[in-house]
Design a protein around this ligand. Structure first.
Ligand SMILES: [Zn+2]
Length: 136
């Protein structure tokens, strides 16, 4: 009985830590899904175990990425690079979730590029150094 109680409270603690790591990752990733660059917020973000728990991955901060819910579901227990390849090449005869992730990724990359071009045209983005410049 007491053992069971301990287990459930440690699960609660795990979840609390995962939530913190997920939000840290979200800020580091500039509020975008690490795979498809979909914009995320604290409400829509999900935690992806880079190395799936079913394959021995842990709940540590280094193993948590911020990802959108559709990518998280589609990735399943694939590795980061396996899923990255799945959604980077034009999908042929793949299940619909990979095609959708591929479309989201392409679209979001084009939006990011357009944003950078607009910012560069008003002197707010340095294309050579690839970072935002401070407004004066
Ligand atoms: Zn995504």
């Amino acid at each position: 009985m007491s053992k069971r109680k301990h287990k459930s409270s440690s699960k609660k603690l795990d979840r609390a830590f995962i939530r913190v790591y997920r939000e840290n990752a979200l800020r580091e990733q500039d509020f975008k899904c690490v795979y498809c660059y979909e914009r995320l917020n604290y409400r829509t973000v999900t935690a992806d175990h880079i190395k799936a728990k079913s394959k021995g991955g842990n709940n540590g901060e280094d193993n948590i990425d911020a990802v959108c819910s559709p990518c998280n579901k589609a990735k399943g227990s694939m590795t980061k690079s396996q899923y990255g390849v799945m959604i980077s090449v034009q999908p042929r005869c793949l299940p619909i979730e990979y095609t959708l992730a591929w479309i989201r990724r392409r679209l979001n990359l084009q939006i990011l590029r357009a944003e950078r071009n607009i910012l560069a045209s008003v002197g707010r983005y340095d294309k050579r150094k690839k970072h935002l410049t401070k407004s004066k």
